[in-house]
Design a protein around this ligand. Structure first.
Ligand code: ADP
Ligand code: ZN
Ligand code: MG
Length: 481
């Protein structure tokens, strides 16, 4: 068997977050009763005119700037003609030869990458164009339903160069795009709501060969995991066909998630089948340098930059900074709290190990969490000023997470203040020593590790409330005496 290398390019659709649809004033929202957010424009009635959504155009330009694209000063909308019930006009308004954004790139990092520079690559962006989403079809046994609520929602198509070589690179690229869109508020990229969808293109070639192989497009992938799995499947399937002496035809395949395999959908139609031509109802869009600069001024700090800043400003590890900047909402949460605590690392630990675990256990996002960044920081301050121990804090936090109450309130209600009274601690230490003669002997025989046993005993006696540092100090004093 020959050695093959995969060549991968992605076409990613991202719905833009706006109040209204791309060319009419219907609301841009997910769900609801089918066909309730429609009007003569998005239903393609004759005699009505589309009006472009300025915010959608600005956000497309923002997406282009964030992916290092050149922004076109002159752009236009074209009609992509086809006949299918998901578009009542029998054409989709899209962009053909003059899209808003061209020739960009996205930096990715991760594991399982190809090439010399393992773990870090730039993926070229061919173009980003703006179009309108189409209706959602639901196929039932014996009939099909169509919901035009989605038709006309602003949709970006982000086309990559065939620059990826492994499924992991494609996965990292998708993740990075999602992160960028979320950071900039361009889209929530909720894949379950269809706000981000991707088609993957993949071919294989013999290692060392220049020429690309025949590309296969896999459509309707509704998770990054499905994209990854379908690529792995094709990387297994395509070489088999070639090694058996067969040929691959350019075709579109579907992905069956349950069976874990791709299947033939159709042989691919080419561009001219769509009869693209400029939409006569829409003026070309011209952008001045100052329009672009205005958009540039609104761009947020991106995750990579934020990650580096977290390492530098807060002395966090690369790992911690990476986890915290994975989602903008988490990064913002950290930055709100970090102003209030002494040690940023403590807050980072609490977010990474406790908060994220509780969130995933409850299957909610950080936006839905009842505990704010300030509230968590206030709780950490209670540890820092010795009001509660780190151990008690875990129970306090669990209660905060459940009820949204402030830490000081819970501590007071449940009487969880740390015991720092010397007399009280001494009583407990004496009790622990008196009850455990064999361990006292072990200590005296030189096994000083047994001190941990005594600390445990005292903490138990105090129901976790004794100040651990004081306990250790007092135990040592008494046992060494
Ligand atoms: P089409 O005309 O079929 O739409 P394009 O050239 O526009 O094809 O490319 C569509 C996507 O397929 C792009 O993301 C591109 O990077 C990718 N692509 C193009 N050729 C190949 C290939 N030989 N193997 C893998 N991906 C490819
Ligand atoms: Zn409408
Ligand atoms: Mg194309």
């Amino acid at each position: 068997m020959s050695q093959y290398e995969a060549v991968i390019g992605l076409e990613v659709h991202v719905q833009i977050k706006t109040d209204s649809k791309m060319f009419c004033s219907c609301a841009n929202r997910f769900g609801g009763e089918p066909n309730t957010r429609v009007c003569p424009v998005c239903m393609g009635y004759p005699g009505v005119l589309p009006v472009p959504n300025k915010t959608a155009i600005m956000r497309t330009v923002a997406a282009g700037l964030l992916t290092n694209c050149e922004i076109a000063k002159f752009s236009k909308f074209d009609r992509k003609s086809y006949f299918y019930p998901d578009m009542p006009k029998n054409y989709q308004i899209s962009q053909y030869d003059l899209p808003f954004c061209l020739r960009g790139n996205v930096h990715i990092e991760g594991e399982g990458f190809s090439g010399e520079d393992m773990g870090s690559r730039d993926i070229g962006i061919t173009r980003i164009h703006l179009e309108e989403d189409v209706a959602k079809l639901t196929h039932l046994p014996g009939s099909s339903g169509v919901d035009y609520n989605r038709a006309g929602i602003p949709l970006m198509e982000i086309v990559s160069e065939p620059d990826m070589r492994t499924p992991n690179e494609a996965y990292a690229y998708l993740n990075k795009l999602k992160q960028i869109m979320q950071y900039a508020g361009i889209s929530d990229c909720d894949m379950e709501k269809g706000q981000m969808r991707c088609d993957v293109n993949i071919s294989v070639r013999k290692v060392g060969e220049e020429k690309f192989g025949t590309k296969i497009e896999i459509k309707n992938l509704n998770s990054f995991r499905a994209a990854h799995r379908s690529l792995e499947y094709e990387i297994w399937r395509q070489p088999q066909v070639l090694d058996a002496g067969g040929t691959l035809n350019q075709e579109t395949r579907g992905w069956n998630d349950d069976r874990g395999e791709t299947y033939l959908m159709r042989t691919k139609e080419s561009d001219h089948d769509y009869r693209y031509f400029p939409d006569p109802d829409l003026m070309p869009v011209t952008l001045e340098e100052e329009d672009i600069e205005k958009i540039r001024a609104t761009l947020p700090e991106l995750p990579d930059a934020m990650r580096q800043r977290f390492v530098k400003d807060y002395a966090l590890t690369e790992y911690d900074a990476k986890v915290l900047t994975q989602e903008k909402a988490i990064a913002d949460y950290f930055e709100t709290g970090v102003q209030l605590v002494n040690n940023p690392k403590t807050l980072a630990n609490w977010i990474i190990s406790e908060l994220l675990r509780e969130l995933s256990g409850a299957s909610i996002s950080i936006e839905e969490c009842q505990v704010s960044g300030k509230q968590l920081a206030d709780m950490i301050k209670l540890i820092e000023n010795n009001t509660i121990s780190g151990k008690i804090a875990k129970d306090v936090f669990a209660e905060m997470f459940k009820t949204g109450k402030d830490a000081p309130v819970i501590v007071k209600e449940k009487g969880l203040e740390q015991v720092t009274d010397t007399g009280a601690i001494e009583g407990l230490v004496d009790q622990a020593i008196a009850n455990n003669h064999p361990q006292v002997q072990q200590y005296k025989d030189g096994n000083h590790k047994v001190i941990q046993f005594f600390v445990g005993q005292v903490m138990k006696l105090s129901k976790g409330k004794a100040n651990p540092q004081m306990v250790v100090k007092m135990l040592k004093g008494k046992l060494d005496a």
